[in-house]
Ligand binder design. Structure first.
Ligand SMILES: [Mg+2]
Length: 315
């Protein structure tokens, strides 16, 4: 890219075809724990921050919330290539950062030291770096900045907000959990529930039973992930996908399943929680990432040590 405002560093990782790969963009604060550094930036300004990063250039940053997810994605790539050495439909992880290239050296070094396969580091100085998401064919964007996430969603890119949190170390199989309403699906039924109560929401679902739900902000990513999932069988899959929804299976399950079927999206396991807390089931699943639009669900998941990503519904 000839844009003077941005620096893109291609690393030695084998370049993937962005038209065939499932491109995931993460920001530096999503993938690494940079709370201390971010505080320096906020309290002392950019120059002090750059100085700090340069002075600590060879000191590796600690893993952040999205770190285990990126590692699991690499594991899936390994399995895809074992299956077919010519495979083009791989995950491709890029780092999108508001750091300048001088302060970015520590980030590149940290990724190398942790053995992360990042194909591109994009150091962009613009206020709104999400303008690069479409250029790079990004299908999922994870950021610790709410404005970034909202900008990405408005550009039609599946995106979620990451908070720095303590996480457990999950197994290697990539496990992704989606909430239903306002995440995979539109918020049409949620709105009726909020405005008119549960009874009306159930009635609406009954009337609309044969009509698939509208698409939610994470649908596009889920479909791409589902396509990759289909390359593997039941037994040996390195990917497992889940739906964990507050809906009750009895009253609101049918339309959910019909919608997934209509989209051709096969989910390995679905849990209809009927309003019960999601934390306990998430503890059992041990996902690498859990997407939800409800802050109470995100908090419950964080308390259980589950890496969580908020899909804001009020951008
Ligand atoms: Mg929801």
């Amino acid at each position: 890219m000839a844009d003077p405002e941005s620096t893109i560093i291609n690393t030695s990782v084998t370049q993937k075809d962005p038209n065939e790969a499932l491109v995931i963009a993460v920001t530096t604060r999503a993938i690494f724990n940079m709370e201390k550094e971010h505080e320096i930036f906020l309290a002392k300004g950019k120059d002090e921050y750059v100085k700090h990063q340069q002075a600590n250039e060879n000191i590796s940053l600690e893993p952040g919330t999205a770190f285990a997810f990126v590692q699991a994605v690499q594991f899936v790539n390994k399995k895809l290539l074992e299956r077919n050495p010519e495979e083009k439909g791989l995950f491709d992880v890029i780092v999108l950062s508001n750091n300048s290239p001088e302060s970015g050296m520590r980030i590149i070094n940290s990724a190398k030291q942790h053995g992360l396969e990042i194909s591109k580091f994009c150091f962009v100085s613009e206020e709104d770096s999400t303008q690069y998401l479409k250029t790079h064919n990004v299908k999922l964007f994870l950021s610790a900045d709410r404005t970034d996430v909202c900008n990405a969603l408005q550009r039609g890119v599946s995106a979620a907000l990451i908070f720095q949190q303590e996480i457990q170390a999950p197994s290697t199989q990539l496990r992704v959990v989606f909430d239903g309403d306002a995440v995979l699906f539109s918020d049409e039924t949620d709105r009726i529930f909020r405005e008119k109560g549960l009874e009306e929401a159930v009635r609406y679902e009954k009337i609309m039973e044969a009509v698939p739900m509208g698409e939610g902000p994470l649908k596009a990513f889920a479909l791409h992930l589902g396509k990759m999932r289909k390359k593997f069988g039941q037994e040996d899959s390195p990917i497992r996908t889940y739906l964990v929804t507050a809906r009750s299976g009895r009253d609101m399950g049918i339309r959910t399943i019909k919608t997934l079927r209509e989209w051709g999206l096969a989910i390995d396991e679905a849990f209809f929680m009927d309003g019960a807390p999601k934390g306990p089931i998430l503890s059992k699943i041990q996902p690498h990432i859990f997407f939800d639009d409800g802050l109470h669900n995100i908090q419950g998941a964080q308390d259980a040590g589950i890496p969580s990503a908020l899909v804001p519904c009020d951008c």
